[in-house]
Design a protein around this ligand. Structure first.
Ligand SMILES: *Cc1c(COP(=O)(O)O)cnc(C)c1O
Length: 397
């Protein structure tokens, strides 16, 4: 096996789910996001764990992700968070995936797919209505109907011969921010969602499962948990932007998370460089003194972003060493210093993972995905989803 791999610590994933569950009000269901290969953390393994721990739904973004989960034996309901092409509608129905809908054209097209693929049951002497969620855009500006349109669309769905309203969903734009104006924006989104729900109920329609909160809001605004929360990033061990552990502790939410993924490789060569010799493309770094350079078989095509050098350090046997020179597509180089007795060929080099600290002395990483994200001007989500499965195997650890 290639030495560059992503080790997935299932016990950390389980512990994160239990932490989240501890902070849910009673009866609140879990919809665990497994889109984008479980944020890079192996969708199938993650889905099995979420299923075992009682998730009501798993959230996907592409129909192909749902097909992969069904092929792996996952039976839990799947909520498709993005819109699909009408050419995929038959596959949605055949795989029992719950779509979001919010306009007449999409609904009518989806009804046709339900009709084409309908399964009659002797019990209801007809067909089983297919469940959909109504998406309401309360301020994210992505998908969803206007709150003022929600009641008439709910009525359209509830009058359908083919589909039925299983729930309603909205998504927050700034619930991961703790600035007063952003908190006010989130509260206004929530109020608009509640208005839409009231309008639906006023027509005598049951809105089904109401869900608005992803990771940040589900923990920072426990009163927004409603019938179901939709965590993603916190499952995989990272806080959502400004809603950090410290902030949550102040609010009385003791959420202790552990990163699930460790991105690692091995030293594949150690090479002596005399003073003045340069490393990599562009000759951006030259040895100031005689030194040894460790070569790592990991590069930007593995998700180790090129702009991380200079700056990024990797952990080898518990110590941090800087990447020097430009990161190449498939390789990068690390300055380990002259005659370093702590680094040998084939030793493990950790790019990021669950960090070593007083509580976790056994951990190998000195940096996590948040550290890389901060350096790179991005978020942990992007760091993990940038690691391609085609080149970097996910190995259960
Ligand atoms: C991705 C996504 C989530 C999960 O978001 P996190 O910030 O990772 O918790 C929830 N709901 C929707 C609609 C999403 O697109």
């Amino acid at each position: 096996m290639r030495s560059t791999k992503a080790v997935i610590y299932s016990e950390n994933l389980r512990a994160n789910v239990r932490e989240i569950q501890k902070n849910l009000q009673s009866g609140v269901r879990l919809c665990c996001a497994v889109k984008a290969n479980g944020y890079g953390n192996d969708a199938v393994n993650s889905a099995r764990i979420f299923e075992e721990l009682g998730a009501e739904y798993l959230a996907i973004a592409a129909v192909s992700e749902g097909i992969e989960l069904r092929a792996a034996g996952i039976r839990t309901k799947l909520l498709l968070l993005s819109l699909a092409s009408p050419s995929e509608f038959d596959l949605i129905v055949k795989n029992g995936i719950t779509p979001l809908v919010f306009d007449e054209e999409y609904i009518a097209e989806f009804e046709k797919a339900c009709k084409r693929n309908t399964v009659s049951s002797a019990k209801n002497a007809g067909h089983i209505k297919y469940g959909v969620f109504l998406a309401v855009d309360t301020g994210m500006g992505r998908i969803g109907c206007l709150p003022s349109e929600a009641a008439s669309l709910a009525e359209r769905i509830s009058c359908s011969k083919w589909i039925t309203l299983d729930g309603m969903i909205t998504h927050f734009a700034v619930s991961d921010s703790i600035s007063p104006e952003n908190i006010a924006y989130t509260r206004a989104q929530y109020a608009a969602f509640m208005d839409a729900e009231q309008a639906i109920r006023a027509r005598g329609i049951n809105p089904g499962i109401r869900t608005c909160a992803a990771s940040a809001a589900s923990m920072a605004f426990p009163e927004f948990q409603l019938d179901m929360v939709r965590p993603g990033i916190i499952l995989y061990g990272y806080y959502a932007d400004e809603v950090t552990k410290d902030y949550l502790l102040q609010k009385g939410v003791p959420l202790a998370l552990r990163p699930v993924m460790q991105f690692e490789t091995e030293v594949c060569a150690i090479r002596r460089f005399s003073a003045g010799k340069s490393v990599s493309y562009g000759r951006t770094w030259c040895a100031q003194t005689d030194t040894d350079i460790a070569v790592l078989p990991v590069g930007y095509a593995d998700g180790l972003l090129r702009r991380n050098s200079p700056g990024l350090c990797v952990t080898i046997n518990g110590r941090a060493y800087p990447i020097v020179g430009r990161i190449c597509m498939d390789q990068c180089m690390v300055d380990i210093g002259l005659n370093n007795p702590d680094v040998k060929r084939w030793d493990k080099a950790v790019l990021f993972g669950p960090k070593k600290d007083a509580e976790h002395p056994e951990a190998e990483a000195l940096f996590d995905a948040d550290d890389l994200a901060r350096m790179t001007g991005t978020i942990s989500y992007e760091i993990m989803t940038s690691i391609p499965t085609s080149r970097v195997s996910r190995v259960l650890g």
